[in-house]
Design a protein around this ligand. Structure first.
Ligand code: COA
Length: 337
């Protein structure tokens, strides 16, 4: 068998739009309250993009530039782009090609879009890992970026969902690593499509007789996210510990070996449940949902980048990324930093 390499995250970065939307702001446009939102989700505020300034792709580029700088690399070093989002700039083509245009200019590289919602970043990372491990590429750019704010029902009807989601972007550079002691140790990916409609935006769908009708817009059902909140919650609290333990067990490790867990920021109650059920101290679990809400594919790379900036990740640390979301999909990645 040909020699296999190891891949590391040589740089991480994030970008969030300037505009802060507090729970108080939302309570002025729908029947909700700061108390309800904080108690049920832990969210205090989230960011909403500025039209004309932020796009899904350019927020990813901004995050990527930070990650590149921290990795000591330039856009010229990137050989492949993997872009995870559920809120792409266009129905097609994917946002990855827009990153290629903005970041790489004349240099043409492959650009792949990943659609695995809250698990999108871990899925994207696993794709990058395979390309780097096999020796195909030395540096792959992985982005998670979302603009939720234009796709939410901002009336009382949509309050169960719209208070949760926010906009933002995060990025990582996955690079070939010569040091045997470091790298992405494993990734584990799962899906269970029988629950596809429990957390979904159904319209405009290609399998409808008419993709987008006036009725769909007037009724405003399928064009906004539907979430069976309790149902999602119950599955999430089972799948998160399961997929983290799967990662640890497949490497002969246990929860006590973990230096940092970076879970997808879905809901503070979910994160607290995972932390307590796995017996992890608070300082070993990243939580920033109070500032950004749930930014789906962007949430893990934003949290990772903030943790790195705060000095919470040092070389040699064992870091686990874990996600659960629409699909249902769930995934983990275990990294020796
Ligand atoms: N403000 C005030 N009241 C609200 C509200 C809001 N923003 N949203 C819902 N409510 C009301 C409901 O109408 C309901 O009222 P009722 O009892 O009079 O019918 C009540 O609050 C309870 O609603 P419910 O949906 O049962 O609340 P919950 O405790 O399950 O919390 C979620 C709702 C969405 C916060 C919770 O289910 C959750 O976090 N689920 C997982 C979400 C998730 O992680 N999604 C992303 C996947 S990665």
């Amino acid at each position: 068998m040909a020699k296999m390499f190891r891949s590391i995250l040589s740089g991480v970065g994030h970008y969030v739009p300037e505009k802060i939307v507090t729970n108080e702001d939302l309570s002025k446009i729908m029947e909700t309250s700061d108390e309800w939102i904080q108690l049920r989700t832990g969210i205090k505020e989230r960011r909403h993009f500025t039209p004309g300034v932020d796009t899904c792709a350019n927020m990813g580029v901004k995050a990527a530039r930070v990650a590149l700088e921290r990795a000591g690399l330039s856009p010229d070093d990137i050989e492949f782009i993997v872009f995870a989002t559920l809120s792409p700039d266009y129905f097609f083509p994917g946002s990855g090609v827009l990153v290629q245009k903005e970041l790489m200019g004349d240099k043409t590289v492959g650009a792949l879009d990943v659609r695995d919602q809250c698990s999108g970043f871990v899925y994207a990372l696993s794709v990058a890992d395979q390309f780097v491990k096999t020796g195909m590429y030395k540096h792959v750019l992985v982005i998670g970026s979302e603009i939720h704010s234009t796709g939410l029902d901002m009336t009382t009807r949509g309050r169960g969902v719209s208070v949760i989601f926010g906009d933002g972007a995060g990025a990582a550079i996955v690079s070939r690593c010569e040091d045997e002691g470091r790298g992405i140790l494993s990734t584990h990916l799962h899906s269970e499509g029988q629950y596809a409609e429990e957390l979904a935006v159904l319209d405009p769908g290609s399998s409808r007789e008419v993709r987008l009708s006036k009725e769909m817009i007037d009724e405003a059902t399928g064009i906004y996210p539907y979430m069976n909140g309790n149902y999602v919650f119950k599955h999430a609290v089972t799948r998160f510990p399961e997929v983290i333990n799967e990662a640890l067990a497949s490497n002969g490790l246990s929860a006590s070996d973990l230096d940092l867990l970076v879970p997808h920021q879905a809901n503070l109650r979910i994160t607290t449940y995972i932390r307590e059920s796995m017996n992890l101290p608070e300082e070993r679990v990243v939580s920033n949902i109070h500032k950004y809400g749930n930014t789906t594919a962007a949430s893990i790379p934003i949290a990772l980048s903030e943790a790195w900036e705060a000095g919470r990740i040092k070389p040699g640390d064992l870091v686990c990324l874990a996600a659960f979301g629409s699909g249902f999909t769930w995934a983990s990645a275990l990294i020796k930093w």
